[in-house]
Each structure stands twice: as C-alpha cells, then as structure tokens.
Design a protein around this ligand. Sequence first.
Ligand SMILES: [Zn+2]
Length: 306
Amino acid sequence: MILKNREKSRELLMIESLNNRMKLSGKDKTHFYNLKKGFEGEVLFDRYIVEFVKCDCLVINDLLLQVNQTTFQIDSLMIISDCLIVFEVKNFEGDHYYEAESDKLYTNSRDVEIVNPLGQLMRAETLLRKLLQNNGFTLPIKSTIVFVNPAFTLYQAPMNKPFVFPTQITQLLTQLDSKPSRMTNKHKILADKLLSLDLLDSPFKQIPEYEYDHLKKGITCAVCSSFSLVVEGQSCVCLSCDHKESVTSAVLRSVGEFRLLFPERKVTTMAIYDWCGGVVESRKRIQRILDTNLKMVGKFRWASFE
Ligand SMILES: [Zn+2]
C-alpha cells in the first residue's frame, strides 16, 4: 500500500515555471534538466512497484528527514515484515563506467565524474538507522540503487555493490513480492512516525533569481507549456497541441503558479489579470473565478484571495 504519493518538488515546480517565462542560464537549465529527469525516473520506478508488488507492505515515497540537524532524502522506502528497504532511484542515461579502485562513476563519452550514488545511499541508510534508534525502532535496513533508464549501461560494474540495473528491476520486485509479509500495528506506527517527521519541502533549493517584471505573462498550456492559448467559450484551447482545459481550471492553475513564485504578493483580480497576460479578456470573468473558488479577504478595491 502506498502511503505517500510522489509529487513534483516545490523546487522543480518553480524552475519549470521560470523556464517557461524567462531565459535560464546554462547552469540553471542543466539543474532543471537533472531535477526533471530525476523525477521522471522516480515516477517510472513507482509504476514498477504498483505493477509488481502486491504483498502486504507499506511504501512511502520521497521522504525528507532530519536527524541530529542533518537532512537526508529517501526516494522510496518500503516497509516489509522483517526489514525496511531504501531505494535510491537513478535515471542516468547512456554509457557510463565504474572505476573500482576509487569507487567512482564516469560518463563514457566525456569522462565526466558523476557523484557516486553509493555515497548518498550509505549516508541515507546510516542516518535512517540513527533516526529509527532515536525513536525506539529496531527493524534492519537494506538499501539498493535502482538504475531505471533502459538506455543506461554501466561498464565494469562491480557485482558486490547494491546496484540494480534496468533489466533486473522486475526480478528484484517479484522476489520481494514472493516473500511472506504481514504488516502489524508496529509497522503502521513506524510508518506514521516517519510520515510525521517528513519535512516535505527541502530547504536546499537552487532557484535562479527572478523578478516579476521580467517574466513573460500569460497562461501556459498544461500539457505542452506553450503560451498559445485562446479562450473559446468555457474552454482554453492550446493552438500548439489542441489540449482543452476549462477557463476556470487554467486560471486557477495560473494562480497556483503566481503564488508559488510570489508568495509575498496578494492574489487580487488585477494581479491575476495581469499575470494571465490578457488571455482571459474580461476582468469580471477572472473575478468571478476567484470569487467562486477562493476565499476572499477584505472588500471592494482591497479585496484579495487566500
Ligand atoms: Zn499545448
């Protein structure tokens, strides 16, 4: 049973929106690409779990925890009868090679060293163990790095490391699934404890600097991010991909983006009208959408929405 579903992090949502509305530097673009790719890999792994793991177990996705002032993140945590399994998911693509003497990982094409995920995994395992101890739990922990991208190859891969390659994922999960497992109250209490300790939003974000005036205004398509939207009756239609969305939902989505990027600004009819770049031509219509769907604070000209 999945106790916590995966969602895009605040950081990814912010950069995604900024990428649509301004020109990112090369460094920011790479960071955005890596975050997006990482997220897609995790979503892919989640699908494997849903498909192949039917046994009685608990799965918590994307946990951000802290122990002794040290923060660590777990991509996917599975609780089964006799242990906890930490999955570190990697969506690396293309040829890589492993250097056993130094325990380092390189891309084959450019000999660029990549941070070895083993270090990350061991750190997470150690810190999780500490956290369990501090809270009086004693279940053993196993951990695995799952390379999910079918186009990933690791030359000179050591056999004694906890690596699972794309061709082995199904086998790993089927094996896990075949072990008898039964969740007891103790497991549920542990899961609840971990969920209650989840920090949810990472304090370490790498967001480019941005200003309201420099961002492109308009409503972006929910599917292809294009700004070419036109209002036709009750719908917003994308001229690039034909996607249709109700005007209400498109405006509320834009409000969400506005809030995410400018939490200090008030959500007013004028502010949202400007942010939507005139796609919805009537202010009255924006006002009606805000009125119906958000809670109003203040009155008349000073009205804003929460
Ligand atoms: Zn579109």
